[in-house]
Design a binder for this molecule. Structure first.
Ligand code: SF4
Length: 329
């Protein structure tokens, strides 16, 4: 069967959390295992520089930890190519060429650029690199001639920009790149422990690595239905973040039971969280076993990345030789 090539990456900003796991990583693992995709997953360490250029001390360590998280949740280096962006210099070379043909207006209208400029008030991101990061993203994707890019709805404008840039290249220099399609993935709505978006910067994340007391403390602290003050008040599971986690980690029978007991005020939030803690802890046992293995065998992880870099480089170099000849330089 003709497999579709998939490419996706993550910025190494620290330990991954359950939002990352269910928002992206589970889909990566599913695509890797469905026999219909040829998967390339990369550590987007150059992208980390776009907003964190002034504080680079942890990028290397974060990158390594992130790959351990990936492997622990089921990415398999036999089935997927796992590599580091900065090890493949062709990303930068293609980025440079694409920068020449990308109109500034396309970048200035990027909604994420506007939003992040407003949000990240503690960082000066009025830089060429930050404005141009969608061009680097386009280079990341088309360098491997990816057919599919797994995204959530909010990232659709980025993929559209990549498609426009690829089309413009093909128009100017001849058909070189396939136009990648967004591969829309369903993302369950899991909030952080305080009811805001789960994020390391809000200090409200449940990490994939959390276990034992660390996991218990976070689950105990989770916000529930804010209108439910006492056990005798009927609750609204559909607006409760704890219930959203149950939908992922608990059996259908327990989910139904909790829904009905919560709505009829038969169960208290403390007991409800106790069930959740047990179910998350037991689901994460195999993940933590793998994590322990990779922390104890870090050379294996380095070898996996090295081998992934080697495989990625073969494709990147092949594409760049086509690009150079198309552009006639
Ligand atoms: S009983 Fe469970 S589902 Fe209901 S409000 Fe409390 S934590 Fe949420």
């Amino acid at each position: 069967m003709n497999k579709k090539r998939v490419l996706s990456g993550m910025r190494p900003t620290g330990r991954l959390h359950l939002g990352n796991l269910h928002g992206a990583l589970s889909n990566w693992v599913d695509m890797q295992n469905d026999n219909r995709h040829e998967c390339f997953y990369f550590v987007a360490d150059w992208h980390a520089l776009t907003s964190d250029y002034a504080d680079t001390d942890r990028i290397k360590e974060n990158s390594f930890q992130m790959v351990i998280d990936w492997l622990s949740v089921g990415l398999d280096p036999i089935k997927s190519v796992i590599f580091t962006q900065s090890a493949i210099k062709e990303h930068a070379e293609l980025f440079l060429i694409l920068s020449m043909i990308t109109p500034l207006s396309w970048l200035e209208r990027n909604p994420t650029y506007k939003e992040m400029k407003e949000e990240l008030t503690n960082k000066d991101i009025s830089t060429f690199g930050f404005l141009g990061y969608p061009v680097l993203q386009a280079a990341d994707i088309i360098l491997y001639k990816a057919n599919r890019v797994p995204v959530g709805v909010d990232q659709l404008p980025h993929i559209e920009l990549t498609r426009e840039i690829a089309r413009r290249f093909n128009f100017l220099y001849g058909e070189t790149f396939p136009i990648p399609d967004p591969y829309l993935t369903t993302v369950p709505k899991l909030l952080g422990t305080d009811g805001r978006k789960m994020s390391k910067s809000y200090d409200n994340a449940i990490f994939i690595s959390d276990r034992g007391d660390a996991l218990k403390t976070k689950i105990d602290a989770m916000f529930t239905d804010t209108q439910r003050a006492r056990k005798k008040d009927p609750g609204r599971p559909d607006v409760c973040n704890v219930f959203a986690f149950h939908k992922i980690y608990s059996l259908a029978s327990l989910i139904c039971q909790i829904k009905s007991d919560c709505e009829s005020a038969q169960i208290g939030c403390r007991d409800c969280k106790k069930h959740l803690l047990e179910n998350i802890a037991s689901a994460m046992i195999p993940v933590h076993e793998k994590m322990d293995y990779y922390y104890a065998h870090q050379d294996d992880v380095r070898d996996i990345i090295k081998a992934g870099n080697k495989s990625a480089m073969v494709i990147a170099q092949e594409t760049m030789s086509q690009v150079v000849s198309a552009v006639k330089i």
